[in-house]
Design a protein around this ligand. Structure first.
Ligand code: XBP
Ligand code: MG
Length: 251
């Protein structure tokens, strides 16, 4: 029997709802600081989320929504994104974004049961570490054996590179791991690395196509806050714990 050895988590939208009230706000604050009359509404941001990576998203926005402007230079995009990252750091340091339901409980149980924990995300390492320190506290960052983030790989999600990188660093084959994602781009990335994947949707991703996921839930659930199953088989379970992960792993 193939053991379940590690859990690999996406960050934005999976560990915490960071997109609408943190990343999006940080982009808008940056535009205002640069005196650009750009504004990303909640709805526009939902469309822009199809492009993963902040720098890539900025570039796409200028090229596709402001096509009357000359294409932005890489140095301008880099400068804007650096400022956005500063703003984001400030926001998540002071606003304390909660973890999504069940995330803390599952991480603690997995650690206690000697499963390795890892991160595979599009955002930067610094952003992940700040979020883990602020929102996961008192879970220490070092519980995550591997943090695969941002520009550590050439191609961002939906390419499989970041999951391939996480697996390489873990020293494990995909079949011994499970991935946790919230978006179709994330699922495509994980599946491209041959990982079986559990999806917890959010407002931005609930209508996406998650064909190929092991199970699609509204969140991981808590004993007193059951999840809703959107697709897949979970037996009698009403929240995700390590025992359910073992049974999903052997499906
Ligand atoms: C989500 C993303 C990120 C963030 C912005 O990544 O697409 O681009 O929106 O982060 P994931 P940066 O769900 O894989 O964590 O601006 O730092 O790139
Ligand atoms: Mg995500």
């Amino acid at each position: 029997m193939i053991p379940l050895s590690a859990l690999i988590f996406d960050v934005d939208g999976t560990l915490a709802e960071t997109e609408r009230d943190a990343h999006r706000v940080a982009f808008n604050e940056t535009f205002a600081e640069y005196q650009l009359d750009w504004y990303w509404s909640e709805s526009l941001y939902g469309d822009l989320l199809n492009v993963t990576g902040g720098k890539e998203r900025l570039k796409f926005y200028v090229e596709h929504y402001l096509s009357h402007l000359p294409p932005p230079s890489d140095s301008f995009i880099t400068a804007l994104h650096r400022k956005k990252t500063e703003r984001y750091q400030h926001l998540i340091t002071h606003a304390h974004l909660p973890l999504r339901p069940g995330v803390r409980r599952l991480i603690e149980e997995a650690h206690q049961k000697n499963l390795s924990l890892a991160i595979a995300t599009t955002t930067s390492l610094h952003n992940v570490i700040t979020l883990l320190e602020r929102s996961c506290h008192p879970i220490p960052v070092h519980w995550f054996k591997v943090i695969a983030a941002g520009d550590m790989v050439r191609d961002k999600k939906p390419a499989p590179d970041i999951y391939d990188h996480a697996l390489k660093e873990l020293g494990l084959p995909a079949k011994e791991c499970l991935a946790f994602e919230d978006s179709q781009n994330g699922l495509r990335s994980a599946m491209g690395a041959h990982l079986r994947t559990i999806i917890t949707v959010n407002d931005y991703t609930q209508d996406e196509d998650f064909t190929g996921a092991l199970v699609v839930l509204n969140h991981l659930g808590e004993p007193d806050q059951p999840f809703t199953v959107l697709s897949g088989q979970v037996g009698q379970a009403h929240y995700v714990d390590v025992s359910l992960l073992h049974s999903l792993h052997t499906q």
